[in-house]
Write a protein that binds this ligand. Structure first.
Ligand code: 9MR
Length: 441
């Protein structure tokens, strides 16, 4: 069987030839290292049409309601994981991974939590909820929505909630730090809706939070874009939003996709927005059949009430076939070597142009400013940069910190991005050096 070797971000990957295009959503997503998931309700697992589609098409599962606080801790200290366990057991028996949804959310929150007014009490209740639930599922969850929908609509600020009102702005950081300690191997996501349009205030608020978390070492690995769309589909700026977030050094995921009336173009555009971004890890639709949807009146899913594939299904299957390989989770050399480690990722590439993210970790003594240099091997030219000042002379590129990201402690990281042009080939650059000391990785 023919396959083509393609170099992206310096790594050789094998892309199946078109003749081998997969025939299910999960397998087609897996061909580029991604997943394709769905929300599952435990109560529907006994429906054979539902379970047949689930196990044929999907390789990631999000419990639609079963991991939420009102189910898992209906009264203080009394935990119930049975409905969620049912879904996790199903997933394990069928080789599907799990997204955990969700630990801290103002909705589906039992009234005993909402009525707490003392900060010490609420902090210990929140931390205990996170730790107990994550410990119960430890090792079985790929990514957790640690905090869900904490930003106010149309605003850069947090919404009012018992967590915000009693604990203040720091509650999100507290939740992420607690989550990292509870299950260090799970990816930790912030999840929200209406953050797909780059020019929306809410998008900017979440972006500023993630940038702040990354600059201060607060653990966060991913941002979930719920992607509940009207029939027009995603905003035109959605690809920009996704690559701007990944330039901060996090994965992005489409976590609750559904589109009113399921137009083929809208679905196709949404899937392409993900698969064209190297660190878009995967897509989850919010239900299987239209009749399973929380907005069933909109017929927003890929299967009709009878379990038949809709035209949007074929559009998604075909859109999943293109795109760049998933490039998240790269490893860095251990700290202490001196010099730096660099992760260079091409987030998107088109005819003549590309967008790249450079993440740099200082492995030497702390610095108050930095200059990263590298050389291009195939005539690439930087055209525009953000979060660094970038100049180029011939094949040699110099990137200097901007005012807010100059300080890097030992082991400290920052990232910046740029757009460039290419012609003929676009291999990863070589000879990275931080403040004159070569990359030791
Ligand atoms: O699909 C879920 C529905 O069954 C519940 O009644 C509802 C209650 O809030 O939550 C729905 O799922 C939501 C998800 O957890 C978070 N983002 C919005 C989703 C749709 O409302």
């Amino acid at each position: 069987m023919l396959s083509a070797a393609v170099a992206v971000a310096g790594a050789a990957v094998l892309v199946p030839s078109p003749a081998r295009a997969a025939t299910t959503l999960g397998a087609q997503a897996a061909a580029s290292g991604r997943y394709f998931g769905t929300a599952v309700a435990a109560g529907r697992l006994g429906d054979s049409t539902y379970a047949t589609i689930l196990d044929r098409e999907f390789n990631m599962i999000t419990p639609e309601n079963e991991m939420k606080w009102d189910t898992t801790e209906p009264s203080r200290g009394s935990f119930n994981f049975s409905p969620a366990d049912q879904i996790v057991n199903h997933a394990q028996a069928h080789g599907q991974r799990m997204r955990g949804h969700t630990l801290v959310w103002h909705n589906q929150l039992p009234s005993w939590v909402g009525s707490i007014t003392d900060a010490n009490t609420l902090r210990s209740v929140m931390d205990n909820h996170i730790t107990t639930e994550m410990t119960h599922f430890k090792g079985k969850i790929y990514a957790w929505d640690v905090v869900n929908e904490a930003f106010a609509d149309g605003s850069t600020q947090h919404r009012g909630s018992v967590f915000q009102n009693v604990l203040g702005n720091g509650f999100i950081e507290e939740a992420f730090r607690t989550a990292r300690a509870a299950d260090p191997s799970a990816k930790l996501c912030y999840n929200d809706y209406n953050i797909e349009n780059w020019s929306d205030a809410k998008t900017q608020g979440v972006y500023a939070m993630v940038r702040d978390f990354k600059s201060r070492g607060v653990p966060i690995d991913c941002v979930g874009f719920q992607s509940h769309f009207g029939s027009g589909g995603p905003p035109a700026s959605f690809p920009t939003t996704l690559s701007n977030f990944t330039a901060l050094g996090v994965d992005v995921q489409l976590t609750e996709l559904d589109i009113a009336q399921a137009p083929t173009t809208a679905y196709s555009n949404t899937v392409k927005a993900c698969v064209n971004v190297s660190r878009c890890a995967g897509i989850t639709v919010w239900g299987i059949r239209d009749s399973d949807s929380w907005r069933s009146g909109d017929n927003p899913l890929l299967f009709d009430g009878g379990g038949n594939k809709k035209p949007a299904y074929d559009a998604v299957l075909s859109a999943l076939g293109g795109g760049v390989p998933y490039g998240g989770g790269g490893s860095s050399p251990p700290p202490g070597d001196g010099g730096c480690s660099v992760t260079y990722t091409i987030g998107s590439q088109w005819s003549g142009g590309f967008g790249a993210n450079v993440s740099v970790t200082n492995l030497g003594d702390p610095v108050s400013s930095w200059t990263l240099t590298w050389s291009f091997g195939a005539g690439q030219q930087v055209t525009q940069a953000w979060n660094a000042t970038v100049t180029q002379s011939g094949s040699n590129v110099t990137a200097e910190n901007v005012s807010y990201n100059g300080a890097l402690g030992t082991g400290g990281s920052t990232s910046f991005g740029f757009n460039g042009s290419w012609n003929g080939g676009n291999p990863a650059p070589a000879n990275f050096a931080l403040n004159g000391t070569a990359w030791t990785g």
